[in-house]
Design a protein around this ligand. Structure first.
Ligand SMILES: Cc1cc2nc3c(=O)[nH]c(=O)nc-3n(C[C@H](O)[C@H](O)[C@H](O)COP(=O)(O)OP(=O)(O)OC[C@H]3O[C@@H](n4cnc5c(N)ncnc54)[C@H](O)[C@@H]3O)c2cc1C
Length: 317
């Protein structure tokens, strides 16, 4: 029996969730005493394969089929590899792509599927934790099965580290072309925006404390001084002040930057769900009781209209 994790890439880059899944896989393999294997499907599999060589990974399987994500190829590749390895757990990313193929894989393999998992534990058997009611409560699911499939929420685990010397092996998939009913014709960002807040190392995130749309210039000036990207809480998106691509949170994007500067953001659970994985969180807020301070590494209790100009002067050069 093994633990099998499935990597993800987009536009020639391995996505951060691929390395996070390796941490989940390693944890589960340690708890079950199984081996941990991972697979990358399509694209520059040789380069991706080398990047997936991390501590705890026994074998990185590469499936050289296609350049971009294709539902039908992924379903066949993951299913055939799982049939060969007989994994006790198949762990996939809870992303747009992951949610596209994971249910079909689970169905073909006859496995129960738990989606959007934020924590796992393997005692006698698998338990998986999910969040409910807008991240206000957690529920733990006790999986009564010999084997199971999971999709794991990005940003919940650290990226796996430590080069290991895993063996990187091609896996030949017998692709049934008659079952490939979709073709990738191109890639277009939803909303046509050119900002990907999920890739940013430093985010200056702005909330309702900014008061007026005109005041956003201040936040963009700070982002420029820090070579950062601007993101936001939901009310600013709902107001139409910033495009939806920049929304952090439960109904926005999950981000995992090195530094997250929350400017005038209270720290509602639905917002925190999207940014709690940041390495270092800095909060600027006039209210010392704002919940954002519960998760902040550094807190500045002051008026953002005093603090942000001072930071721009300090870092702007
Ligand atoms: C189903 C559902 C999904 C949701 N999804 C999301 C989501 O994805 N992302 C998200 O962000 N929200 C989401 N929300 C909304 C969420 O519940 C909060 O309403 C929202 O996050 C609050 O945004 P905020 O912190 O910017 O505003 P507020 O809660 O209004 O906080 C503003 C903060 O600014 C501070 N402030 C005011 N003036 C200043 C000043 N001059 N200087 C410094 N600080 C100042 C205040 O003390 C306050 O703490 C969702 C809600 C629901 C019900």
């Amino acid at each position: 029996m093994t633990v099998l994790t499935v990597a993800e890439h987009r536009r020639g880059e391995l996505r951060p969730v691929s390395l996070e899944l390796l941490s989940v896989g390693r944890l589960l393999a340690e708890e079950t005493g199984d081996e941990h294997h991972t697979v990358v499907i399509g694209g520059d599999v040789e380069t991706f394969g080398r990047k997936l060589d991390r501590e705890g990974v026994e074998t990185v399987y590469t499936v050289d089929e296609g350049e971009e994500f294709n539902h039908d190829v992924y379903v066949q590749a993951v299913t055939q590899l799982a049939e060969a390895l007989d994994p006790s757990l198949v762990v996939m990313p809870n992303t747009v792509n992951g949610l596209d193929y994971a249910p079909a894989v689970a169905s073909d393999l006859g496995l129960p599927l738990v989606t959007d998992v934020v924590d796992v534990d393997y005692g006698e058997r698998l338990t998986a934790t999910r969040e409910l009611y807008g991240s206000k409560t957690e529920t733990t699911i006790d999986v009564h099965a010999e084997a199971a499939a999971l999709t794991v929420r990005p940003g919940e685990w650290p990226a796996a580290e430590g080069v290991n010397g895993s063996s990187v092996e091609p896996f030949e998939v017998d692709v049934d072309e008659s079952a490939v009913r979709s073709t990738v014709t191109g890639f277009e960002e939803v909303g046509g925006g050119d900002v990907d807040i999920t890739d940013a190392d430093v985010l200056v995130s702005v909330g309702r404390g900014i008061g007026e749309e005109e005041n956003l210039d201040l936040v963009f000036d700070l982002a420029e001084a820090l070579d950062a990207t601007v993101s936001a809480s939901r009310p600013l998106i709902d107001n139409g002040w910033l495009e939806k691509d920049r929304q952090v949170g439960q109904s926005g994007k999950v981000v995992t930057p090195d530094v997250y500067i929350a400017v005038g953001i209270s720290g509602a659970v639905q917002h925190v769900a999207g940014m709690k994985g940041a390495d270092t969180i800095v909060a600027i807020n006039t209210d010392p009781n704002a919940p954002i301070f519960d998760i902040a590494d550094y807190g500045i209790v002051d008026d953002l209209f005093d603090v942000v100009p001072a930071l721009i002067e300090e870092f702007g050069g």
